[in-house]
Structure formats: C-alpha cells, structure tokens
Design a protein around this ligand. Sequence first.
Ligand code: F6R
Length: 241
Amino acid sequence: MEIIQFDTQQELDAYAARYITDLVKAKPQAVLGLATGSTPIGIYDKIVQIHKNEHVSFEQVTTYNLDEYVGLQPKNDQSYAYYMNSHLFSHIDIPAEQTHLPNGMAANIEAECVRYDAMLAAQPVDIQLLGLGHNGHIGFNEPDHGLSGGTHVVKLKPETREANARFFDSMDEVPEFAVTMGVGSILKANTIILAVRGADKAQIVKEALTGPITTNVPASLLQTHPRVIVLLDREAGRMLD
Ligand code: F6R
C-alpha cells in the first residue's frame, strides 16, 4: 500500500486526476471505476481541465460507478447518475452508453445486480477510485459481520444517511437503500486509488490502513490488495505515524 500525503486538497486532486488521465493516454480503452460523494468533485474538475487543455480523449473509455440510491430517477439531482453527468460525463467526450451505474430504479433489483456483475466480469476495472465513509464503508459496503462479494442491495446505516443528508432538503428524503458493488468486485480492480480528506476522517483512516483487517471496517480489506494508492490531505493523515 502506497500512502501519499498532500499539503492541500488541490494537490491531492491534481495528483489523482493526472494518474487517471495518464492511464487513459496510455490505454485509450481504459475501464475506470468511479465514486461519488464530496471527495472526488475536485478530482473530476481537474480531469475535465486536463481533457480540455491537453486533449485527452475519453471516447473509448468505459466507466462503472460504485453505487446508486434505490428509488431515485437519474434526473433527480440527488441521484448518482445526475452527479456523474454534472461533474464529469457532460464535460468530456465519453459516449453515454459507455458509462454505467447500477440502476436503482430497476423493477427487479436482484436481476440488476446480476447484470451489473456480468458487465464488470467482462470488463475488468483498471483503476477504481474510492472515497472513505466515516464508519469505514467503501462504496456502500457498510460495516457488518460479513460482506458481500458482488453487487447487492444495502440498507444504509443511520450514520451514513445522516452524513449524506447534507445533500438533501430533509432527512426524510435520504433513501434508505442503495445498490453497491461488493467489496469482492472492488478488490478485483487492477489499481485502487483511495482518496480521503479532512480531520473528521483521520481516525477511520488510521483504523482502515493500520488496524486489523475486519468486515467491521470494510476499507481495512484494502490492505489485502496488491496495488492500493492512498491519497490523503494533511488532516486526514494526521493520526498516521
Ligand atoms: C460514493 C461512495 C461512498 C463515499 C463515502 C465518502 O460513491 O461510494 O463510499 O465515497 O461515503 O463520501 P464523501 O466523499 O462525501 O466524504
């Protein structure tokens, strides 16, 4: 596990964006695993800048997002489909049909999970971008006595709903369920970039990176992966020796 600490969030964003766009330059048909939440926004901004300034094309790139809420239409501005379009997809030249998120509106959500896993099996992810939840979740794989390998439906923990309520008008509007790639699928990516910022994540960063490997801290399973790059700002890394 390579851990890189940055003085500023801008430096972290620039590093992650450069890493991802360098892969796309070297491998135009790259498969990218993407995340939502507040952490990647600056990274996506920088990717868009590099796309525009340096003409890095995403025409042949394929993307798979980690997760989506159950019951939100893609046009709902809190859905992750909407987020991805507004922060990244609409600003680069990637064809819409090459961008994938789990369909949280599927009538048969179990069949949707099987469909998503089949696509992931056919197109292994080159780089998976991850953020980190305060309780150690990655994707929406919440702490539990066991974790699912593949894509599945999860009931969101109260603390996760509360953390995400800041994006909604009221707590009642925060969905209770989400569809997420499983930890098994996440760990199949060739390279994983875990980006974390902020003092409020310092404790969970320490537990995830240096504590025991346990399903109670899903991100601790990243310690088993051969190629994880952890990008931290000064605050998020302050409890590491
Ligand atoms: C989002 C996701 C989540 C977030 C995590 C951190 O697709 O998978 O695991 O990465 O909740 O969210 P932020 O970045 O908002 O602190």
